[in-house]
Ligand binder design. Structure first.
Ligand code: THG
Length: 270
């Protein structure tokens, strides 16, 4: 699984505070811990103050890439000006999160992705909202992939997010996302699939257990990336276990290596 670390998000109170106070040490530490725990991509959301967002995004990019030069930054914003500010500061081409079928994102985000040849997350929603059926979500994604192809972006750079809605608000929500995954995987075998995992358990007790059950099923449905808190040790173990029992781990090498390195299983006490 490609892990995208979710923790640098300005909608989280401690992160909003660190951004406001320009507490670079806090942000750098958050970046480093996520990367060390397996996140090869780091989601960066500068928060909700639209006037400050471009400047805040640039500041975050600067410090995060100094802290973890090998991580790929995933700029999380609907604001093309903030995305541009992040792209210009970034030493390596970042991923953009995200394009959708909403007109303002087609007008603002798609041209940036095509110009800078970025990796790009595609959300299965449009100006009418999130379709309640997998066919509806697939139709939006199909339309957007036509546009990215026309703009010269190879399918390998795309990460489709089928959108995960809380199971507490509709018992069909898990299955709709899984079915959308399978359909996209089948029709577009070269695109990646990703999602914000913890959406599934919103409003429920034992959220981490629900997240763990769901991630196993998404892996079988073809999901190969996930936006999560990489510091959740149990989640990492179950994710690797699912890949191993599904035959996706050659000679079970990853699982054995991770165990020996103490990345899964009992924590080394030394
Ligand atoms: N799809 C895509 N991008 C996304 C999402 C998605 N970006 C934002 C979000 N969803 C994924 N990121 C987060 C970031 C934080 C949390 C959840 C998803 C979160 N934090 C907890 C909280 O605030 O209560 C944990 C407590 C904390 O650490 O503060 O839940 O779906 N493409």
């Amino acid at each position: 699984m490609i892990v995208i670390g979710e923790k640098i998000n300005g909608t989280r109170k401690p992160v909003a505070k660190a951004i406001q106070e320009r507490d670079a040490a806090f942000i750098r530490d958050l970046a480093r811990r996520q990367f060390e725990n397996g996140a090869s991509y780091l989601d960066i959301n500068a928060g909700t103050l639209p006037k400050r967002e471009p400047e805040d995004m640039a500041w975050l990019v600067e410090h995060i890439q100094e802290s973890v030069p090998d991580a790929i930054l995933c700029l999380d914003s609907a604001n093309p000006v903030a995305l541009k500010a992040g792209i210009e500061k970034a030493a390596k081409t970042p991923m953009l999160n995200s394009l959708s079928g909403e007109k303002f994102r087609i007008d603002g985000v798609l041209p940036l992705a095509c110009e800078f040849k970025t990796e790009l997350i595609i959300l299965a929603l449009d100006d009418k909202g999130i379709p309640r059926t997998s066919e509806g979500r697939l139709a939006i994604v199909r339309n957007l992939i036509e546009m990215t192809r026309a703009g010269g972006l190879p399918d390998e750079k795309l990460f489709v997010d089928p959108l995960v809605m809380a199971i507490s608000t509709g018992t069909g929500n898990g299955n709709i996302s899984l079915e959308t995954c399978r359909m996209i995987h089948e029709e577009f075998p070269r695109v990646h699939l990703t999602c914000g995992l913890s959406n599934i358990s919103f409003g429920m007790p034992l959220r981490s257990v629900l997240n763990q059950a769901f991630i196993v099923l998404t892996i079988q449905a073809g999901m190969d990336s996930v936006i999560v808190n990489p510091e959740e040790r149990e989640l990492r173990a179950i994710m690797m276990a699912a890949e191993t029992v599904l035959g996706m781990d050659r000679h079970c090498m990853n699982f054995n290596r991770a165990f020996r390195a103490g990345k899964i299983g009992p924590k080394a006490t030394a």
